[in-house]
Design a binder for this molecule. Structure first.
Ligand code: TRP
Length: 446
């Protein structure tokens, strides 16, 4: 059993060392596990909520895509795409919007924080708050549920959103699943042992504190940033306390255990801060130097990046397109062609309520199900190359004589000596025979 891992990266900034250690590096490592099926995407629709500068959005998408690829994400194994290349996501977002209580969204932290700020400032509570911000958790739920992710690695501030996605999935399953789990219930994963890096001033490294070390800046930019790391004023020769030095914490995040021990000893032995900073620069160069070259090569060829991301989107849509088809069926957005069949069989059989449901499977082929009046599945058809062939078969089942062949606790249905559909396995022969009776009732013309 593979575990589907999915996470999104909002494309509003340029990745820094803290993003690398806290999110990108662990995600790429996780994507290499044999049983992992990873979906990583650029959450560029989410970026529009926070940013109305087109140039910045575009730049950030490019930089983040190049960063993940330069750091070794294998796009043959993982599925890597832009949210905005998957039109099924906003469509699913609407289906979900129609079942989410407004009250649930009122309780979202990000929205509440904005309201509180307005109230404090004596403004209208909703001043400056867009529907994008308010509905942010629904779009995120669509990202997650579209691909039936099991695990969603996120920062602590996002746990509530994953829990909301779970609530929304449950509600949707209950309303439209007819006893079946349409959506997998996702779980947030918080990596406890992942480094939260301190920034230059010792507070958490974050763009909003302006204390970051650039990930793929030039060698000089790296050096300059490290030079700005705040230390105490101990002189060369005076022993330094590694456990009270965020320079040491930064070093630790990228060093092997023996390097860590050596550096600790050097600090305790009185190495000058300048020299200690040089050691950190060398360590970071060793960790990131090659990737930085790959990064700049990628950035220089945006058309190639475009191709890679479009291939990722095509891979993702192979799942999203048929699944959204099923969801549209589930909520009642069904083809009128099927509707005609339902009405005609209802007429013949005085509204028995059995119905055909056609859909496209994961490979894009056409199939149909026959559900009885209670929504229980009686038949699943074989796969047809086109919708017309599937439609013809379902029509003939309603007019031709039925050739039903019991097989174990289930049965199959044949036309022209070819098997065209089969039932699920029932609990025992009696249940099977009752299902066959319901099948006749649903299909036979009297
Ligand atoms: N909201 C997330 C963040 O700001 C990004 C994101 C968007 C996301 N969609 C997602 C994360 C789906 C996980 C799953 O960090």
């Amino acid at each position: 059993m593979t575990t589907r891992i999915l996470t999104g990266i909002t494309t509003t900034g340029t990745p820094h060392l803290g993003n690398y250690a806290g999110a990108i590096r662990p995600a790429i490592v996780a994507s290499r596990a044999a049983d992992a099926d990873s979906f990583y995407f650029l959450a560029d629709y989410h970026a529009l909520i926070k940013c109305d500068e087109p140039a910045r959005i575009q730049r950030s998408r490019l930089e983040i895509a190049a960063t993940w690829l330069a750091l070794g994400l294998d796009t043959d194994k993982a599925t890597f795409y832009r949210q905005s290349d998957i039109p099924e996501i906003p469509e699913l977002c609407w289906l979900l919007t129609c079942v989410v209580g407004k009250g649930l969204l009122n309780r979202a932290h990000a929205y509440k924080a904005s309201v509180d700020k307005n109230v404090e400032a004596g403004e209208d509570p909703d001043a400056g708050i867009t529907m994008g911000l308010f509905s942010y958790p629904v779009l995120m739920a669509a990202d997650i549920l579209m691909f039936n992710a099991h695990k969603v690695p996120v920062g602590r501030d996002q746990i509530q959103h994953v829990e909301m996605a779970r609530d929304i999935a449950q509600r949707f399953n209950h309303l439209f699943g007819q006893g079946k789990e349409l959506f997998t219930l996702p779980e947030a994963v918080i990596e406890e042992d992942v480094a939260t890096l301190p920034g230059l001033d010792g507070r958490k490294m974050s763009k909003s504190y302006d204390n970051t070390i650039p990930l793929f800046g030039s060698a000089k930019q790296l050096k300059d940033a490290v030079a700005r790391i705040v230390t105490d004023s101990k002189l060369p020769g005076e022993p330094k306390d590694p456990d009270n030095s965020h320079l040491f914490t930064l070093y630790q995040a990228f060093a092997a255990p023996t390097q860590q021990a050596d550096f600790r000893a050097a600090l305790e032995g009185g190495i000058a801060w300048g020299e200690a900073k040089q050691a950190l620069v060398s360590l970071l160069e060793a960790e990131l130097g090659e990737a930085r070259e790959r990064y700049h090569a990628l950035i220089a060829k945006p058309a190639d990046l475009e191709d890679i991301l479009l291939a990722g989107a095509a891979k993702a849509r192979k799942i999203a397109t048929p699944f959204l088809g099923e969801l549209r069926e589930a909520v009642g957005l069904r083809s009128f062609r099927e509707q005609v069949q339902v009405t005609s069989s209802e007429k013949k059989k005085s509204a028995k309520g059995a119905r055909f449901v056609s859909f496209r499977d994961e490979d894009g082929r056409f199939r149909f199900r026959l559900l009885d009046a209670d929504g229980e599945q009686l038949l699943l058809s074989k796969a047809f190359a086109d919708g017309k062939a599937a439609g013809q078969v379902s029509k003939r089942l309603q007019s031709d004589e039925l050739d039903v062949r019991p097989e174990g606790a289930g049965f199959s249905l044949w036309l022209d000596d070819e098997e065209v559909a089969s039932s699920p396995a029932f609990a025992d022969d009696t249940q099977r025979d009752q299902a066959i009776a319901r099948l006749y009732e649903a299909l036979t013309v009297q």
